[in-house]
Write a new protein. Sequence first.
Length: 292
Amino acid sequence: MDGTKLRCFLSLARTLNFTRTAEEVFLTQQAVSRSISSLERELGFHLFQRSTRSVRLTPEGRQYYEAMMKLTGEYQRLVIRLKKQQRPTALHVGYQNFLTFHEELRRAHLALQGSCPELSLKGERYCPPVLRNLLKRHELDMILIYKRFFPRHEEYRTLTLCRIPQYLMVSRDHPVEGADGLRRLRKEPFLIDRFENETPAEFSARVRQERAMWGFQGETTIVPDRDSAYTYAEMGRGVVIGTDRSIMASGRALTRYDSGTPEPLLAVWHEAEPNRLVEEYARALQSAFAAL
């Protein structure tokens, strides 16, 4: 199929607006219209219903759009896999946006450079839902993620790297003492942040899971992001669950109380990952965490 016609169709099917489509594909509106008409003649059926006020997909156009999106997605994943096979010296790793693993990433990188001097490593932070999605689309070779955020799946391999201590963090102006201190803390408001790309149902399930996991019995205070959760805790407006590895917890006026429930950190990659260095890097990471 002509690439220009496909680009015009996919853009128009998504925007339902000739002006926006023309801007996206860098053509005039007339050229877009001609491309769509030519594609419809080739296919033998109409893709759009057009009027002076609106553009809509026909039922056939909707089915064709869904099929083309699936095919283009498979094509892009194929290209990524083939590139990895041709250039197995690059690793793209994603990890949770509020955690820092600079030293472990560096040590694992150095460990593999002996057998692969040209190894290049790219590390980026994302929230858990985005990490899972990027791994699924093969845009990341590996992700580092808390175990509770990654349900076990046969398509993926996992390796436990370490267990990270988790703390109940509260304002320094609101300390607790005595044997029942943690029990009283768990009756304070529980501060929890929303994740990017997290559906309302997923968020509600996570709130229930974390309240049960950490034993909170009081109200739940929802904040827009992780940084706000720590700020609220500093202001004495509740308790946040955090770790000393958080880049956002550093330097905060917070008192930490061990939750007694360390968090398993996983390295996760595709079972059929074509890049042979991925598993080697996961093992090197496990050794790097154990050494610190």
